[in-house]
Design a protein around this ligand. Structure first.
Ligand SMILES: NC(=O)c1ccc[n+]([C@@H]2O[C@H](COP(=O)([O-])OP(=O)(O)OC[C@H]3O[C@@H](n4cnc5c(N)ncnc54)[C@H](O)[C@@H]3O)[C@@H](O)[C@H]2O)c1
Length: 289
């Protein structure tokens, strides 16, 4: 097993013409030792909060983070769903906790993030996985419906990211991951407000990323394709519609919550320490088409 000294990058100072003034620092050709990358995805000692963790995608991501060693806190409007996920994420020495949250209320978000940071002493990872959709022709949308979708999907992500930043910035470390959608990039009929929030998440992710890059915090998003969860079950229940949607995905199937886990663990780990501002589409090729 290589020692820490063995795997620390070897740096060389390049000096100017006077042979004294440092001009730049370059990394010597690295020697990659056996085992050097073994722990890249390890989340041991990390504290993660998954908001919307009671839902289909959030609960799979929460369990994935726990499997890679994180202590996982699960927050959701549906506290019973949060408790079910927390029970699955409970590991020896890393107790999971369930908390009630309403992401449309910035005070509720602030309260939950403070509670997590206080009880676990820190917050390393935030996953924003709460979301809703109201499918109907744009012309029939009421102002109240617009605000419900926007406040949940977009304002919720902003205020949770902001509150997490207050914990992460002073410590100089953080991983923030929000769930966008293929609708961050593509337009579909009957959900203009939803698409506005998902496009908003993609560009807001870039903005947070550039602002917090110098502070050791990465901010990324995932873009799932249609996946059967509480959000889509009724909609995908129509066989003809389901087949039509499946036909738009080059891999010829819908997504599963488990499809997101590898990408989520990657973006929350040290393996992705130089990745920020990205939306990673986990979509069977849907947005490549
Ligand atoms: N399922 C898909 O096909 C799909 C595709 C692309 C993106 N997404 C996105 O993934 C995220 C998770 O969706 P899902 O498919 O797991 O749906 P889901 O309905 O299974 O989970 C969403 C969770 O958010 C919670 N929630 C709703 N309003 C809330 C609020 N005000 N405060 C706190 N929690 C709230 C719900 O209780 C639920 O547990 C959403 O942002 C969704 O837009 C889903």
């Amino acid at each position: 097993m290589p020692s820490d000294d063995d795997i620390r990058p070897k740096l060389r100072i390049v000096r100017g013409n006077d042979g004294l003034t440092p001009r730049s620092i370059v990394q010597e050709t690295p020697v990659h030792l056996p085992g050097q990358f073994r722990n890249l995805f390890d989340l041991t000692d990390k504290v993660a909060l998954v908001i919307g963790g009671g839902g289909g995608l959030g609960s799979a991501i929460a369990c994935g983070l726990a499997d890679f060693g994180a202590q996982v806190m699960v927050a959701d409007l549906d506290i019973e769903a949060a408790e079910r996920t927390a029970n699955r994420c409970d590991r020896d020495g890393r107790p999971a906790m369930a908390l009630e949250i309403d992401v449309t209320d910035p005070e509720s978000i602030e309260g939950v993030i403070d509670e997590v940071a206080e009880s676990a002493d820190k917050l390393d990872i935030l996953v924003n996985a709460a979301g809703i959709n109201i499918r109907k022709p744009a012309i029939e949308y009421t102002p109240g419906e617009w605000w419900r979708v926007v406040n949940t999907n977009l304002s919720g992500v902003f205020f949770a990211t902001q509150a997490a930043g207050r914990q992460m910035l002073p410590r100089g470390y953080g991983r923030i991951l929000s769930i966008g959608s293929v609708s961050s990039l593509l337009g579909h009929p009957y959900h203009a407000p939803y698409a506005a929030t998902k496009g908003g998440i993609a560009i807001m992710t870039k903005s947070f990323a550039t602002e917090w890059a110098p502070h050791g915090i990465t901010v990324n998003a995932l873009g799932p394709a249609y996946t059967e969860t509480g959000l889509t079950r009724a909609f995908l229940g129509d066989d003809e519609r389901r087949q039509k949607i499946t036909a738009t995905i080059p891999m010829g199937r819908l997504g599963t919550p488990e499809d997101l886990v590898g990408a989520a663990v990657f973006l929350c780990s040290d393996a992705a320490s130089f990745v920020t501002g990205q939306t990673l589409y986990v979509d069977g090729g849907r947005t490549a088409d």
